[in-house]
Structure formats: structure tokens, C-alpha cells
Design a binder for this molecule. Structure first.
Ligand code: NAD
Length: 495
């Protein structure tokens, strides 16, 4: 199997030194420091990127503040047109962008191409919102209604810090940038340390689309050097973050410095439930994809699979075949359905969980090793454990890798209680032919997204976010527009 040739545009992009994008200018970090980006499929260095710190954050915030003065009043049709133009550019350059995503993240090209499509859909969806930010007229209740004109406006919240992880490096950026810009906010984007390259290429496309200077700014660097100064900055009005629950908690604390608005999309340990009457082949295909898609590095991954005891053996057998049929290789290879994990650290974390599961007494059904014949790269086999008593660490903790814990159940009330017995509440899946039953179970699950006979159907129209320690607030859909705006009530005495 041979990997695709790297496009010459991609090679040229990788060869140029990557800078920060502040106030419409490409510039080195104030400290002149840089850091190296690694290709997780080969363990070779891929590019050198500017290592920003608090001084660069100050410059970016200043630029975003300046730009906000005019961008907030820009005609909504102009904001919509620019977002649509950016969508067109991503569409034109999708193959190039997909290669960059695969090179720095490791995921198969198939999924990197889907990310490009996801980014295009997000941009077009939120471009439509630019012209639909509306208030309400609300008749006063304590005086003759004709004596007053009372109405609400929605104002953009201001300068927004967008801190994103590495698992969907393009759609995470666009999913936060597009609604913020549609409503008239200005932004400072901080990509994950592992995957800044696609964010840098995205800034070039913002420039090409013609966005005004300072409306979008990029500061690359570590969580401590860039993420913390952004979260605690006195002149940042909102921080929106996707990543681990621990970092989310510290961001929430830092944000109290000036009571900035906060949206958090955090971890998950999502239950995926197979009922005895389910179409077993569809349920197994769905359950395998729910955990193995993106190498399991998905916050909504269906990592706890509850299977009715009467069908356990059949499901396990078919899941094993699904795991063994994956093509694990460099994501640049067209045949790849599973690439490496994003980094050595993530690889070591996942391998440690596999060891701990066995120490805790879980039964290994398939996988658990590094795939044979792949000497370099952070590859892990798709792995399935059976944990009959739900006692192991892998039944509770988020692993963020291709590791599935299967647990049998018999009683529906007990099942719902077990499914909800988690500090997280991001997503859940239900597989059954009895839709009435499915709706009843869906109503009882503590999860921000419930998928019935499908999984990971994430769409711009659907609110996305978590209960409990899976986060604060919702992204996407109408809901996110509220998260990037403040409500102002205006009351006029007419008499
Ligand atoms: P992380 O939470 O450490 O990092 C996510 C982003 O936050 C990155 O841009 C990082 O640089 C930044 N950051 C880190 N520390 C910060 C701080 N103190 N203040 C402000 N910003 C900070 O996630 P990770 O290290 O990339 O992965 C660790 C774990 O996080 C994973 O194993 C997984 O459990 C979880 N994770 C969840 C998601 C998700 O979509 N919910 C995505 C990626 C990772």
C-alpha cells in the first residue's frame, strides 16, 4: 500500500516558516521562539511554527478590539458574503486542506475530506444567520401598552477567544469562528499545540476572502503560554473552549477575572445501548463506528456499549469482525480507515488504559496491541473489552482512543440508571426497532445529544453540548447565536 503523494502546494506551505496572524499581519512571535509539529504517522517533523506567549496575546486582543469597532456595525449582508466566500475557497482547496489535516492529525484522508465538507456546511449555515439576528417587541405589562415601545436587541458580545483541540482541527476552528463572525464579534483563535497548521492555512484563506484586518487573529503556542493569558485577559469578552474537562474547569476559573462569557465543550463517556429487538448488523456497524471513527478521539465516542444479555455473544462476535476488518495505515493511503493517534502522549495514555483494563480484570475480546508491521507512528489496534460487572477504569474514564467497553444488561430501569451513572453527559445512542420505547429511553437519558439507530450525526442545525461535566452551553444551531450575543432591552416612553 502506498500513500498519496503530497501535493506541491502542501509541500510549499509546510516549507515556509509559519507565523502568527495579528491585525492582518503575518509576524513572528515577540520572543522569536518556535516549536516543531510532528507527523504522527511517521514520527518525523513536519513544520516549524511560531510559539506565541502573553505578549502576542496582548497584541492580538488589541487588534481584535480595534476591528470590533467597525465589524460590529458592518452590514450583515457583507458579513454573510465574506463567510460564503470563505466556504467557496475551502471547497476549491479541499484536497490540499485535507492533506494538511491528515499530515498533522493522522486521520484517514476520507475523514479529513469530510472535515472540509463539514467546515463548508458550517460556514454557509452561519452566513445565513448574519442577516437574521433579531430582537423582539415586548409590550410592557405594568402600564398602558400604547404608552411605551419596549423591545430587545442582540448585540455581539465583543472580542472572543476561541481555544480548540486537535481531534477535528478544521471544523473545531470553523464551528467557533463562523457564528462569532456572523453576529459581529471579532476573534483570537488558539489552535491545539499538535495541530496548528490547518488553522494557519485557514487564516490565509480568511485573508484571501477579504475579511477586514483584525477581525480574525491567530496565536499559536501552548495552553499555558497562550490559552491561559487569553482566558484570563481583562479585555476578552468571551472564551469558548473545546477539550478536556480538567482544562475546562481551569478556564472557567480564569474567566472570572472580568466575568467573561464562557462556553465549554468537554469530555464524555457516552453510553450506546443495544436493545434485544435491534437490527443487529446495523447496531454493530453503528457501535463500531461510534468508537473507532477518528481513532476513538471523539468527545462523543460511544465508548460504553450496553448490550442486552440475550444477544451478547452474537454482538461480540460481529464487533470482533468489524474491528479486525479495519485498514490501519498511514491516513494518506486511500485504503486507510484508521490512522495513528495524534501524538506519542495520546498513544501512551491509551496503551496505559489497555494495561489497566487487564489489571482490573476486563476480558480482552480483540486488539490491545500495536498493529504488526507498523514500526513507526502512534498506531493502536481497535480494541474491545468485555466488563461484565462494570468495575474497571475503562467503564468510567474517558480514554480518547479506539477502546470499547462492552457491558451486558437485562433490566431497562437498571440500564438507564447505569447509563446515567457518569460525571459526563455528552451523548448517547439507542438501537432498537421499537421507536416508542426508544423515545421513552431518550427522555430519561442525561445527555446533550441522543441518537436513535444512528450515531455521531452532528449537524449545524442541531444544538451540541453536554450535561454535567461535559460542559456549559450549546454550540451550533440557533442556540450558539445566543452564546455570542448579549440581549439589550430598550424601553421608550411615547407619551
Ligand atoms: P486539552 O484540554 O489539554 O487541550 C485543548 C486545548 O486547550 C488546546 O488548544 C490546549 O493548548 C489548550 N489548553 C491546555 N491547557 C490550557 C490552559 N490551562 N488554559 C487554556 N488553554 C489550555 O486537551 P489535550 O491535551 O489536547 O487532550 C487531553 C485530553 O482532552 C484527551 O485525552 C481527551 O480526553 C480530551 N479532549 C477532549 C476533546 C473534546 O472534543 N471534548 C478534544 C480533545 C481532547
Amino acid at each position: 500500500m502506498t500513500a498519496n503523494v503530497i501535493l506541491k502546494e502542501v509541500q510549499a506551505f509546510l516549507d515556509q516558516p509559519s507565523q502568527l496572524f495579528i491585525g492582518g499581519q503575518w509576524q513572528d512571535a515577540k520572543s522569536k521562539q518556535t516549536f516543531m509539529i510532528e507527523n504522527p504517522a511517521t514520527e518525523q517533523s513536519l513544520a516549524v511554527v511560531a510559539k506565541g506567549n502573553a505578549d502576542d496575546v496582548d497584541l492580538a486582543v488589541e487588534a481584535a478590539q480595534q476591528a470590533f469597532k467597525s465589524w460590529r456595525y458592518e452590514a450583515p449582508v457583507v458579513r454573510a458574503k465574506l463567510l460564503n466566500k470563505l466556504a467557496d475557497l475551502i471547497e476549491q482547496k479541499a484536497e490540499e486542506l485535507a492533506q494538511i489535516i491528515t499530515l498533522e492529525n493522522g486521520k484517514p484522508l476520507l475523514y479529513s475530506r469530510r472535515e472540509c465538507l463539514g467546515a463548508i456546511n458550517l460556514l454557509r449555515y452561519f452566513a445565513g444567520f448574519a442577516t437574521k439576528i433579531e430582537g423582539r417587541t415586548v409590550p410592557v405589562s405594568t402600564a398602558p401598552t400604547a404608552n411605551f415601545l419596549n423591545y430587545t436587541l442582540r448585540d455581539p458580545v465583543g472580542v472572543c477567544a476561541l481555544i480548540v483541540p486537535w481531534n477535528f482541527p478544521l471544523t473545531m476552528c470553523v464551528g467557533k469562528l463562523a457564528p462569532a463572525m456572523a453576529v459581529g464579534c471579532t476573534t483570537i483563535l488558539k489552535p491545539a499545540d499538535q495541530t496548528p497548521l490547518i488553522a494557519i492555512r485557514l487564516m490565509q484563506l480568511f485573508e484571501e476572502a477579504g475579511f477586514p484586518k483584525g477581525v480574525v487573529n491567530l496565536v499559536t503556542g501552548s495552553g499555558r503560554d497562550v490559552g491561559e493569558p487569553l482566558s484570563s485577559h481583562m479585555k476578552v469578552n468571551k472564551v469558548t473552549f473545546t477539550g478536556s474537562t480538567d482544562v475546562g474547569k481551569s478556564i472557567a476559573q480564569q474567566a472570572t477575572s472580568n466575568m467573561k462569557r464562557v462556553t465549554l465543550e468537554l469530555g464524555g463517556k457516552s453510553p450506546n445501548i443495544i436493545l434485544p429487538d435491534a437490527d443487529i448488523d446495523k447496531a454493530v456497524a453503528g457501535a463500531a463506528s461510534a468508537i473507532f471513527y477518528n481513532q476513538g478521539q471523539v468527545c462523543t465516542a460511544g465508548s460504553r456499549l450496553y448490550v442486552h444479555e440475550s444477544i451478547l455473544d452474537e454482538v461480540l462476535e460481529k464487533l470482533k469482525i468489524a474491528a479486525q476488518s479495519m485498514t490501519i495505515t498511514n491516513g494518506l493511503d486511500e485504503s486507510s480507515t484508521m490512522g495513528p493517534l495524534v501524538s506519542k502522549r495520546q498513544y501512551e495514555t491509551v496503551m496505559r488504559y489497555i494495561e489497566r483494563a487487564q489489571e482490573d480484570g476486563a476480558e480482552l475480546i480483540v486488539g490491545g496491541q500495536r498493529p504488526e508491521g507498523l514500526e513507526k507512528g502512534y498506531y493502536v489496534q481497535p480494541t474491545i473489552f468485555l466488563d461484565k460487572d462494570e468495575k474497571t477504569c475503562i467503564a468510567k474514564e474517558e480514554i480518547f482512543g479506539p477502546v470499547l467497553t462492552v457491558m451486558p444488561w437485562t433490566d431497562i430501569d437498571d440500564l438507564v440508571e447505569r447509563a446515567n451513572n457518569s460525571v459526563y453527559g455528552l451523548a448517547a445512542g439507542i438501537w432498537t426497532k421499537d421507536l416508542a420505547n426508544a423515545h421513552t429511553i431518550a427522555a430519561r437519558l442525561e445527555a446533550g445529544s441522543v441518537w436513535i439507530n444512528c450515531y455521531n450525526v452532528v449537524d449545524p442545525v442541531s444544538p451540541f453540548g453536554g450535561y454535567k461535566q461535559s460542559g456549559w452551553g450549546r454550540e451550533m444551531s440557533h442556540d450558539v447565536i445566543e452564546a455570542y450575543t448579549e440581549t439589550k432591552n430598550v424601553c421608550v416612553n411615547l407619551v
